[in-house]
Design a protein around this ligand. Structure first.
Ligand SMILES: [Zn+2]
Length: 271
């Protein structure tokens, strides 16, 4: 048995693709792996939007890095990010804009359909941007799943991981708050600029029906007054990244295991 172990390890290694990035894979290798050896694709999507002292593309940087970190354990591939989304009340900030809901809806519909037709039957949307985008993603997911009989999970990582935020930082977060800024800091500290930070760049999210402002008066939007101001702690940032990857990986794995157990939408190749 002991002698067989190195052989077994070698065989398993030989089954790994040269890349899990669908930007980088070659079509022949794709055909060898999908769907015979992998049925799962992670689809990151975000938008271009001001993010306090982090990069305007934070909502793309975060889900893309998260998907790449999750992919090996899920035996999944990572699709190219859909980087233009439905930026809302922050679209007046420099270097920031959104595309229309109609355009976003069409793009995400065609992207989900395209990957389903290429053999994936577990389509996992790793969303990086909130606002109206989350509702559109859920709506499109329901329609495409029903029509093509594929399984689609839409995840909003910062909401899924609100308990990780509380555990690591001891307080709630915010849009471009401590949690999201830390997540970017863990991916690439050069994308975060503490020297530009002022507490006045943060505003607590208004209670429903109290007030609204366009543009929103600050690019950092705290989920709760007095909590979530960025503090730029590298150790906490790395712990948060790890915690988010773990929680999200478990969510995706658990969902796929339950779809499998219920034998939902048995495999068929769509072309
Ligand atoms: Zn964001």
């Amino acid at each position: 048995m002991l002698l067989l172990l190195p052989l077994l390890t070698l065989t398993l290694c030989a089954q790994q693709p040269t890349t899990r990035d669908l930007n980088e894979i070659n079509w022949q290798e794709f055909a060898e792996f999908v769907p015979a050896r992998s049925e799962t694709v992670l689809i990151p999507t975000g938008t271009v939007e001001a993010h306090g002292v982090a990069n305007n593309g934070a909502d793309n940087t975060a889900p893309e890095a998260l998907a790449k970190a999750m992919a090996p354990r899920l035996n999944a591939f990572v699709a190219p990010v859909l980087a233009y989304g439905m930026t809302g009340s922050l679209d007046g900030y420099p270097g920031t804009f959104g595309v229309s809901e109609a355009a976003y809806r069409l793009m995400i519909t065609d992207i989900l359909t395209g990957w389903a037709r290429n053999g994936f039957r577990n389509l996992i949307v790793v969303n990086g941007h909130g606002g109206g985008q989350t509702a559109v993603l859920s709506d499109v997911a329901e329609k495409v799943s029903r029509e093509l009989r594929v399984r689609i999970l839409v995840t909003n990582w910062w909401s899924v991981c609100s308990d990780v935020t509380l555990r690591v930082f001891g307080e709630d977060g915010g849009h471009a708050g401590w949690n999201e800024t830390a997540f970017i800091q863990a991916i690439n500290a050069k994308l975060v600029h503490p020297e530009r930070y002022k507490a006045s760049m943060a505003t607590a999210r208004p209670e429903a029906g109290t007030w609204s402002a366009f543009p929103f008066p600050s690019p950092i939007i705290l989920y709760q007054a007095g909590q979530g101001y960025p503090k730029f702690d590298q150790g906490k940032a790395e712990a948060y990244f790890k915690g988010v990857v773990e929680k999200m990986t478990v969510l995706v794995a658990d969902t796929i295991a339950k779809w499998d157990a219920a034998n939902l939408y048995p495999r068929r190749v769509l072309r």
